[in-house]
Design a protein around this ligand. Structure first.
Ligand code: HEM
Ligand SMILES: *[C@@H]1O[C@H](CO)[C@@H](O)[C@H](O)[C@H]1NC(C)=O
Ligand SMILES: *[C@@H]1O[C@H](CO)[C@@H](O)[C@H](O)[C@H]1NC(C)=O
Ligand SMILES: CC(=O)N[C@H]1CO[C@H](CO)[C@@H](O)[C@@H]1O
Length: 254
């Protein structure tokens, strides 16, 4: 009976709190990407668009939009991503016609803010550095132990150590496969940086790890895992939180 209710509730779009998860915030229900929408190589921003924290179209994103989205969805201090936004704008990669905004897909411009050795995207050299690549992600997911969620409680979480090793191994793979691998400074900071980002964003402070179920939904469906128990973090995150995780990642011997 319970299962029946659950299915029905899902069908009519009622989000219900309960043992199966948390409700999606009103107006921020998950909608998968539609034809014509713009999406980026950045899962962090795409998820915000999937939930309408950024415009669902992914178009004409300005700094205010990023500020309000990262604070409302992820509980980041609102200016946390100002410098990332400024970098993108300063590279003049925008196709919107307005120098202060971009469409999410504009961020795929290679060797600007986009770089090689991503966790879930292939390198530009192979033709598509924008879309989620199931093949590339499978290599990362395996290293993260993403689908092994038992038998112990610990098996449900990704630790800093496991994530640090997974990202270093992915960069090694990319360097071996791609004769044009661009090992820029941006690249070498960017790879541990993006691992710090997904861990900080999806860290469960109570558990001391990033729940595999949340990481899976975030990368694979570009969805915030309310259903799997994601909640707005109780303690606000900021550049310092990300920087601390960045240092911890660099400290892991790989
Ligand atoms: C204005 C703000 C932002 C900009 C301009 C931006 C841009 C980008 C770009 C261009 C990439 C691709 C890098 C690559 O080639 O691997 C990327 C990747 C990534 N971003 Fe963002 N991002 C922003 C905000 C965020 C936020 C808010 C989060 C987390 C909540 C985030 C998490 C990530 C992660 C985890 C990746 C790595 C994906 C992978 O390796 O497959 N970003 N971002
Ligand atoms: C460009 O975008 C900014 C930020 O949204 C906005 O303030 C400005 O009015 C826009 N400029 C034009 C010419 O539309
Ligand atoms: C960043 O967030 C942490 C945790 O909320 C807080 O202790 C710290 O003071 C904040 N740092 C800055 C620079 O705002
Ligand atoms: C600076 C640099 O070497 N850029 C190269 C990065 O790789 C792409 C192809 O993958 C080249 O087109 C760039 O010239």
């Amino acid at each position: 009976m319970k299962l029946c209710l659950f299915v029905e509730a899902g069908l009519i779009g009622l989000a219900a709190a309960g043992p199966w998860g948390n409700p999606e915030p009103k107006g921020h229900e998950y909608h998968p990407v539609r034809p014509g929408d713009s999406r980026s190589p950045c899962p962090g921003l795409n998820v915000l668009a999937s939930h309408g924290f950024l415009p669902r179209s992914g178009k004409n994103i300005d700094k205010e939009a990023v500020r309000s989205a990262v604070s409302a969805a992820y509980n980041y201090e609102h200016t946390t991503f100002d410098s990332a936004f400024d970098d993108a704008v300063n590279f003049k990669l925008t196709t919107t016609g307005n120098a202060s905004t971009f469409n999410l897909a504009d961020l795929a411009a290679h060797d600007k803010v986009e770089f090689d050795g991503s966790l879930s995207r292939n390198d530009f050299y192979f033709g598509d550095d924008l879309h989620f690549s199931p093949v590339i992600w499978a290599t990362t997911a395996k290293r993260l132990g993403l689908y092994k969620t038992g038998p112990t409680e610990q098996d449900k979480y990704i630790t800093i150590e496991v994530a640090a090793k997974a990202r270093a191994a992915r960069v090694k793979d990319a360097m071996a496969a791609n004769p044009n691998f661009n090992a820029s400074v941006n690249q070498m900071r960017g790879s541990p940086g993006t691992t710090a980002l997904f861990l900080t964003t999806l860290w469960d402070d109570k558990a001391g790890g990033a729940p595999k179920a949340w990481v899976k939904a975030w990368f694979e469906e570009e969805r915030l895992a309310y259903k799997e128990g994601y909640t707005f973090p109780a303690v606000q995150r900021n550049g310092t939180t990300i920087g601390d995780n960045f240092q911890k990642i660099l400290a892991v011997p790989v």
